[in-house]
Every structure is written in C-alpha cells, then in structure tokens.
Design a protein around this ligand. Structure first.
Ligand SMILES: [Zn+2]
Ligand SMILES: [Zn+2]
Length: 758
C-alpha cells in the first residue's frame, strides 16, 4: 500500500497540531504516525493514493487556527505496514527553530473577559493556548514558562490544573494566569492599581488627556481620536506636525462607520495578527488632525485584554470608540518597554502612565500594512509577523547575520534556507536605536541558536549599522543598497533567476561613491550590473536636501532652463533670489553637493514645483502628497492621458526632460493634479520602455520592483500593468516591505546564495 513521509515546517508546535493530524487520519482511515521533531512535524501516512492526496491537502490547508505551515516536504517511502495511526513522543532534533510571534487575544478569551461568571472576568492578562504574548516575553528556547517573564508569577492551583490538563483551553499555555495569580496594572508613580487605575486612565482620556499605556511589545501614547484639541496637543508635545497617527477602534462596527472596508480587509483587521491597516476614510467622527490632507487612516482593533478594557469597563465612564495609539517613543528612538524608559523619554508627552508588571523582553512595534490588488502590502513588518522566517528553495549550509539598512532598520538571521527577518528596530541616527539593535541581534541569535559565520551590511562608509557590523568581528560582506532591495523582492518571491530589478528608492550609497536611488539593475543572486538610471542631478545641502524638495527642484530647473531658471524659481515660489544664487554657487563649486539619481528626491522636487509640498516634516511626506494629488485626478477623470516626451536616452531615463515639461505646463496654467498624474504615468512608461529594451537584449522576462518609492501604489500599478502588457512576469513585495525595512532579507539571501569558503 502506498506510504508517504510528510514533513511540515512552520508554527506547528504548541498549537494542537499533532491531535489535528491524528483526527484527520482517523476521519480518512489513514494509518501511520505523527511525531514532533522540534523544528518540524513528521508524519508517516499509509492509505490509497486518492486518500493520501486528500490527507496531504488537509494537512496543508485545514490546519488549526494558529498554526502556520510554511512548507511541506512530501515523499514516497517504503511500505511500513502500520496497523493504526499513533501520536509518538520524540526528542528534539537539531535544526530550524520557529519562534511564534505574539498572538492577539482570541474570541473565546474575549468573551470570558467580559463574562461576569468567569473567574477571569476583567482580567487584563487573559490568554490561552491559542492566544497571548509569545516572542515579547520570551527569554530562551524551548518556549516554556520558566523561560518567559511569566516566571515572575507562580501559578495558582486552578491555573496550574488548566496548564497541565490536555482537555482545557489552557493546556501548555505558557502565559496562563488569572486575577489571583497574574500580573497587575497600575499608574506609574502613584498608589493606584487594578480597577481604579483603569478607570482613572479612561477618565483622563475622556477629559482630553493623554496617557501612555503598556501594550504587548512596548508603550503606546493614547488619547481620544475624536477630540481635536487632544490630538493637536499630542502633536505639539511629540513635535510631530503632520505624520499620521494610527487609531485603535473598538470594533468592526466602528471601523465600518469611519472607513471603507474592502473585500478581504476585514479578515486581516480581525485576524490573530491585528496589524494596522491603512483604510480609506469616510468623513465620519475622527478628527481631521489624525491624518491631515490624507485620504486614508491607519486602523487596528484591540489585540490585548488591557486595550479591550480601556474601551469597555463597568465604571460608568462614557468612552470614545476611537483612540489614538501611536508608538510611545521619541521620534526615531526605539519604542519604550519599561517604566523607567517611559518616564524618562515619553513622561513629558503624557498626563499619566498606565503600566503593568509583566516585563517585555523583546520590543515589537505594531505592524503596518497597506493594500494592493486585494492583498496586504506591508509597510512595517513587526508584531504578529516577526520573527517568522521567509523560506527559499536555494539550499545551503550558511548561518549569517544581515544587519540591514540605516532607516526603518530590521535585521535578518539566515540559517540555511530559512531567513528570519526581525521585528522593526528603527532609525539608526539615534544612538538608543543602535543599542537596541545590538541587544536585539544578541537575543534573537540566542533564541534561534544561530552562530553566524558571516555578517552582511551596506556599503555606506558612515552608516551606524556598518560600524555595528564591524564590531561583530565576523567576516564582512558589503552589499550595494539597491541591489539588496531587489534581492529582498527575489527572496520573498523565492526567485533565483536572472531578473531586471527596478530599484526606486530614497538614497543609498553607490559603488561609484555617488548617491543612487533610481536604478535599473540586471541581477541574479550573485551580482548585478547597473544597466540604467534616472537622469543624474545635483543634490545640494547634504542631509537637509533629503527633507527639502525645493532644493532639488532648483537644480533640476537650472539643468533645464539655464538663464531663465532664476525667474522660474521665483514664479514657482521655490525660493527667494538670494537663496537661488547661493544654491547655484554651491552646486557649481561642488560645495556640500553630491551627484544623485535618487528617485525619492525626484518625487520631492516635482511636489515642490507643483506647489504641493516644498519640504517634508516626515520622511516621504512630499512624495506621498504628490501621489494623493495624482490619485485624486485619476478618480475624477476618465479621460485617457498619454505622455508624448522622450522616454530614455542611452542608459538614462529622460526624467529631467519630464520635469521640464511639467514645469512648463504648470506655468502655462495646467492643473497640478493632472500634472502629478502625468508625472507618475511618464515614469511608468519610461521604466517599461527601458525594461523592454533590456529584455530584448538579454532575453530576461522577469522584472522585480522594489525600493521605498514602490510604496507608491499608483506608480506600482501603472508600472506593473505596462510591464505585464509587454509579457514580463512582475515580482513585487507583499508581506515584506518594499522600503528599507526589507533590505536585511536581501542581504541574508545574498549570504545564502554566495556561501563563504572558510
Ligand atoms: Zn485565547
Ligand atoms: Zn491563577
């Protein structure tokens, strides 16, 4: 009789996976065994061919709620003559390790939380085998209570019974606790605990106050999202004039009242990962300053019991159903995770701190996702997703540490074909973030029992991540930033073929010492060739120019209009005459000036020329507002627009010519929204035409789109459509960010594909 050996990799432990396999076998009359091998579950199955096919399908697709099968290895094996189906106990074997991310409070726990007759009524730490904190409280593997911060709370006899008995919902649930034995909430620095602390926090919010509240992976700053004054005050205190705040909404009814929810989105909002999802706003009750001039808002549902209790508590405080929940940190610094950090760093941003005594060992910011073609399009991959690995088909025997980039840093630990992308760490300009990075690397290496043989980092001579990489003492591989973006996209799509990589990004260090960022690369997993770029321009003013698009605009106009350019800059109100002269002298003499092909900066410049944003108060603001204007035009106009200009010349896209055309049309009265759209369309045309040319020469039929500029969904869609029309297979990101938060994955993929000879 046919017999299969099936190995299932992924989150298959502590989630009732073996009983599930046994039930499926009993149902179909399959004989064999299932065993837990530590890093995977191994099943031997014997039955008729058709039944086995059905059985494998169930194992892959009808898994228990919290299980994630990342891959399945199915092989024929010899007849074993099994007489029944058994669960066999087995020992841990060396190999891949899967650390579960934190899991949002499940529906059953939620109903117990609000059930007066339940012994965990209103318990702010309720959890079960299917839900609760995991990664953030974990000290070491294997995952059991002694190795989590729950070891501070000895179980009461009732909890102990549930923990040790297989028929309960809390069998083997490491963070299990109750009102008698669990952690407590309190107001920091005041003698107020438990119910009184929660009530005081709710009152403070409803009186227009701001509180800091400890969550699963760190503190949030929180206020009423319908109270304009409170939100404005938080903006002032946090020195954050315009960057959107995320909003936690009480339930799906509230979400539907405030936002348009597309098909498929509810599943993600209510799922066990509970990310922040960007949704289109309706003009309902949220105040404007939550996300000013922005058609969407980041929304999440409560994922920890304490958050549910903030919305709903039997204390007669009338409560808002929309709360701002923004990361509790100083801009650029890591999210606070202890009372001491919170008092020191965000104490002055809030009126009180609602905390608790369950320690957070690993920070986890909220994950943020956008939506593209009916699927998630990740912006920040963290809580709920990290550190689940990306698995690729390339086999190897490599352990690597990929340290990531400087902004939106994440790092990645590679162990053979498993690439464990970390939680979000932050921007490395802040020294606290650098410390957090080193600490997190250490901790994740221990958890994954990884001993890297090589460290991959960026090529930039001044990056703090490069310095941190050097400190590891490991052999270093320095990888070009935009190539790493494309490798990241290839890894996410499990591609090892030659591709045309379109890497449109902010700025990164090029192999020639200039600034790159609008690159078309012909690459495979071993190296790349810079096959094309946008037209280079001069970037004057060092770091300031990355926030001040008008500076780039001035140089692009000088390149296009020569002697007239002073007048044009004045007409566009980009800068006064004196500033124009200063900018010109600096550029011509090369003072604080670099040559750049940054696509991000090109967007900023066009935004400034069209009078949309002259400069940004947060990264990407100018180009984001340009995208919104273009989308508004597209929405209101059915007319088909074409771009007649030259698309490329030699190895350069004709982007400076495009800026010239747009400037002329704007000055002669053309609509700014329309021109914003023309800009997107023309870029997509240029990319497609250039890929066609390259594809014709090289025979490559796959294009990979990556880099922070591809967070722009309009550009992504227009480019993808054109490339597909030309017959290209288009690789894009989905669960790994296109921005710098994804490059560590590309770095680790490179290490795997290019094993270092020791
Ligand atoms: Zn639960
Ligand atoms: Zn208990």
């Amino acid at each position: 009789m046919p017999c299969l050996m099936i190995r299932l990799y992924g989150i298959v432990q502590g989630v009732g996976f073996r009983p599930f396999v046994a039930r499926a076998a009993a149902q179909l009359g399959v004989k064999g065994t299932v065993a837990n091998k530590g890093s995977y579950v191994e099943v031997f199955a014997q039955s008729g061919d058709e039944t086995l096919e059905r059985f494998v399908h169930i194992l892959k697709n009808e898994t228990p709620e919290r299980a994630v099968v990342i891959s399945a290895d199915v092989r024929q094996c010899e007849d074993r003559s099994f007489s029944a189906f058994e669960i066999i106990e087995s020992e841990k074997e060396e190999g891949a390790i899967f650390v579960s991310p934190d899991i949002a409070t499940c529906d059953k726990c939620r109903s117990e939380l609000f059930d007066k007759n339940d012994r965990r009524y209103l318990h702010p730490f309720i959890n079960c085998t299917q839900c609760g904190p995991r990664l953030t409280i974990l000290d070491a593997m294997p995952y059991d209570r002694e190795r989590t911060t729950m070891k501070d709370f000895p179980m009461c006899p009732d909890c102990e019974y549930e923990y040790t008995h297989a028929h309960t919902r809390r069998y083997d649930a490491q963070p299990v606790c109750c009102n008698d034995c669990g952690p407590h909430v309190y107001i920091v620095g005041r003698d107020i605990r438990d119910a009184q602390a929660i009530t005081l926090a709710r009152k403070t919010i409803m009186q227009g106050g701001i509180i800091a509240v400890k969550g699963i992976g760190g503190f949030h700053l929180c206020c009423d999202a319908k109270n304009e004054e409170a939100v404005k005050r938080l903006r002032r205190l946090k020195n954050r004039p315009a960057k959107p705040f995320a909003v936690m909404m009480k339930d799906m009814d509230t979400v539907s009242r405030e936002c348009r929810v597309l098909e498929g989105q509810e599943e993600f909002l209510t799922g066990y990962q509970k990310p922040i999802l960007l949704l289109e706003k309706k003009q309902a009750q949220l105040c404007e300053s939550i996300s000013p001039d922005n058609p969407s808002v980041g929304v999440m549902l409560p994922y920890a019991p304490l958050q549910m209790l903030l919305f709903d508590y039997p204390d007669d405080v009338p409560m808002s159903d929309c709360l701002v929940m923004t990361s509790g940190n100083v801009s650029g610094a890591p999210i606070c995770r202890s009372d001491e950090d919170a008092q020191k760093e965000i104490g002055s941003y809030c009126d009180m701190i609602l905390s608790h005594n369950r320690r957070i060992l690993i920070r986890a910011d909220d994950s943020v996702m956008d939506w593209f073609e009916g699927k998630p399009y990740m912006i920040r991959r963290s809580r709920g997703f990290a550190p689940l690995p990306v698995m690729v088909s390339v086999k190897g025997n490599t352990s690597s540490l990929a340290i990531g980039g400087e902004l939106k840093n994440t790092f990645c630990i590679g162990k053979n074909e498993l690439l464990y992308l970390s939680s979000y760490v932050g921007d490395m300009a802040d020294i606290r973030t650098v410390t957090a990075l080193k600490e997190s690397v250490q901790r994740l290496q221990e958890l994954l029992e990884a001993k890297p043989q090589v460290c991959v980092c960026d090529m930039h001579p001044k990056y703090n991540t490069v310095a941190a990489a050097q400190e590891t003492g490991l052999p270093l591989v320095k990888l070009q930033h935009h190539y790493a973006h494309i490798l990241s996209c290839m890894a996410e799509n499990d591609c090892a073929e030659k591709v045309i990589g379109v890497s449109f990004d902010g700025t990164g260090y090029g192999t020639d010492g200039t600034i790159w960022g609008g690159e078309i690369l012909v690459c495979d997993t071993h190296g790349f060739e810079r096959a094309g770029t946008i037209m280079p321009f001069r970037q004057v003013g060092g770091d300031a120019s990355s926030k001040e698009g008008w500076r780039i605009a001035v140089q692009l106009i000088r390149d296009s209009f020569g002697e007239q350019s002073g007048e044009i800059c004045k007409a566009l109100d980009l800068c006064d005459e004196k500033t124009f002269k200063l900018q010109s002298v600096m550029a011509d003499k090369g003072i604080n000036t670099v040559t750049s092909t940054s696509a991000g900066r090109l967007f900023d410049a066009v935004s400034a020329i069209l009078g949309i944003r002259k400069s940004s108060t947060f990264e990407g603001e100018s180009s984001m507002c340009l995208e919104f204007e273009a989308e508004r035009f597209e929405k209101d106009n059915a007319e088909s627009i074409t771009y007649e200009g030259e698309l490329f010349n030699g190895e350069r896209l004709e982007t400076t010519q495009l800026v010239k055309t747009i400037t002329q049309r704007f000055l002669s009265g053309d609509d700014r929204k329309k021109l914003a759209f023309v800009f997107h369309l023309a870029l997509a045309e240029m990319i497609a035409a250039y890929c066609k040319e390259l594809g014709g020469k090289s025979g490559i039929k796959t294009a990979a789109l990556s880099g922070g500029v591809f967070q722009n969904k309009l550009l992504l869609r227009l480019t993808k459509q054109r490339l597909e029309k030309l017959g290209f297979t288009v690789l894009q990101h989905s669960l790994v960010p296109a921005n710098d938060g994804g490059i560590a994955l590309g770095q680790a993929y490179f290490a795997l594909c290019n094993e270092q000879k020791q």
